[in-house]
Design a binder for this molecule. Structure first.
Ligand code: NAD
Length: 481
């Protein structure tokens, strides 16, 4: 076992106290590159969940009345501590999630930026004062924290998905219970530790890993004291949580699945297209909600794009994210890898051809070879499902209208990419139904930008000025002057 795990907490963090779950239940944390258990951590149950809500409620009034400047300074310290602990956090992320060291370091920096950004936003929560159009009254608009919030995060960006919620919640004056994914609890617990060290008061942030996600989220959402659920994960689970939240009309913010089209227009710069495609496809070995899932390439350049993309993909070195010189790590678990394998096998049996990859390598670890598929049936499942792996199916088009139709022919609407001359690409970008569009670039994440999906990819936005408003109520006061 790596030394870092000796200093990483593995208990529940409730009310500022680290303690194991009374039930004694534990979660096995597995390194997806070796399939070995690297640590275990406490698994909370319903009693622990209610204790966490008690703690968050007890801390709520003091934290909401703490001066915005003071809240900002705590967040700023959290940013600094996260950058200081960047290397250790990156090792934890690579060990339990599988991404390469370089990507894990990038994730920690990105995650820390949410603390910095919301440290800057906390003192800038603006209300509004104005005169009604009739001239007879005045309008005051004020914002207040919604209160105790349930945060549920996925495994693919275990640090960033947590800070993208915790930072705006704390900046707004809310207190939270975070339920991280069971695949990656150690990163969340390390984030809890740094928040404690940064001076977040006891109970303002509670972290509760659990193997009993449905049970504990149901009991938390049944609790009158809980006012909001902010979820990042699959559309399937988002739908379940929305149904549950509807019973008490709990405020809901949903960052859900995606199926991003990557459109290469006839006037695209081929080098830009290839560089952007590699970034948009391979971030986190393809396990990204905004990962390019389907490639629509103009038929005049499709063969060249496919050939060069396949050559670049075949040069990538697969291995444990903890090792130097590795370009692509394992997928997070067997079921994720098996899903990718089935989608590729089905596409090939329907006539697709793998220019590179197309199988899992031998040996332990949940690896899958970087794969480029051509001759893909436009109705194939691989174009409809979220692949969540390093697989790029390519389909040609002749007319921009066809590309726009195919790009929008999905229930998802999170991200999209368009590569082409600027005016041309922007015109297409405006017609694609997605919350985030990369034009001539494959990297789109930015804490200062609103991130979220249209259609079944979500409700609400995280990051930017919008992210803090997810955690604020708006009150209008009508006043005679
Ligand atoms: P998931 O939906 O299986 O799990 C997400 C979280 O929900 C985990 O903490 C899990 O333990 C918990 N959970 C599972 N079932 C639950 C239930 N019945 N009730 C309450 N909680 C439950 O998703 P995942 O496999 O961890 O992550 C991958 C998915 O997340 C992909 O679909 C991806 O697109 C999506 N995602 C979206 C964004 C975004 O910003 N839109 C970002 C990252 C990931």
């Amino acid at each position: 076992m790596n030394n870092i795990f000796e200093s990483t907490p593995t208990d529940l963090f409730i009310g500022g106290v680290w303690a194991p779950a009374k039930s004694g239940e534990r979660i096995d944390v597995t390194d997806p590159a070796t399939e070995r258990v690297i640590a275990t951590c406490s698994s909370g149950n319903v009693d622990d969940a209610i204790r966490a809500v008690d703690a968050a409620k007890a801390a709520a009034s003091q934290w909401s009345s703490t001066a915005p400047r003071e809240r900002a300074e705590v967040l700023r310290r959290a940013f600094e501590l996260m950058i200081e602990r960047r290397d250790d956090l990156a090792i934890i992320i690579s060990s339990e999630e599988g991404k390469t060291r370089a990507e894990a370091l990038g994730e920690v920096t990105y995650a820390a930026e949410f603390f910095r950004w919301y440290a800057e936003e906390a003192p800038r929560i603006k209300g509004h004062f104005g005169r009604g159009p009739a001239g007879t009254n005045h309008i005051i608009v004020d914002h207040s924290p919604v209160g105790v919030s349930l945060l549920i995060t996925p495994w693919n960006f275990p640090a960033a998905m947590a800070t993208r919620k915790i930072a705006p919640a704390l900046a707004a004056g809310c207190t939270v219970v975070l339920k991280p994914a069971s695949e990656t609890p150690l990163t969340a617990l390390a984030v809890a530790q740094l928040l404690d060290d940064a001076g977040v008061p006891a109970g303002a942030v509670n972290v509760l890993p659990s193997n009993r996600s449905a049970e504990i989220s149901n009991s938390i959402l049944d609790d009158e004291r809980v006012k909001l659920v902010s979820f990042t994960g699959s559309t399937e689970v988002g739908r379940i949580l929305l149904a549950k939240a509807s019973q008490r009309i709990v405020i809901s913010s949903m960052e859900l699945g995606g199926n991003a089209p990557f459109v290469v227009l006839d006037d695209a710069d081929m080098d830009v297209a290839l560089e952007s495609a590699l970034i948009a496809k391979l971030r986190n070995a393809g396990e990204s909600c905004i990962g390019a899932n389907r490639f629509y390439v103009h038929n005049s350049i499709k063969d060249e794009f496919a050939k060069r993309f396949a050559a670049a993909m075949s040069n990538l070195k697969i291995g444990s994210g903890l090792k130097d010189g590795v370009d692509i790590g394992p997928l997070v678990n067997a079921s994720t890898r098996n899903k990718v394998e089935k989608l590729v096998n089905d596409a090939v049996s329907e006539g697709a051809k793998a220019l590179t990859g197309g199988k899992r390598p031998d040996g332990p670890g949940f690896f899958y070879e970087p794969t480029v598929l051509v001759n893909v049936d436009p109705d194939a499942d691989i174009l409809k499902a979220e692949i969540f792996g390093p697989v790029a199916p390519i389909v040609g088009f002749d007319d921009d209208e066809d590309a726009i139709f195919m790009a929008n022919d999905t229930t998802f609407g999170l991200a999209a990419y368009v590569i082409g001359s600027t005016g041309h690409a922007l015109a297409i970008a405006q017609r694609i139904d997605a919350g985030v569009v990369g034009v001539n670039r494959g990297f789109v994440s930015d804490p200062a930008a609103p991130f979220g999906g249209m259609k079944q990819s979500g409700i609400g936005r995280e990051g930017s000025q919008d992210g803090i408003h997810e955690f604020l109520e708006t009150k209008y006061i009508a006043i005679d002057w």
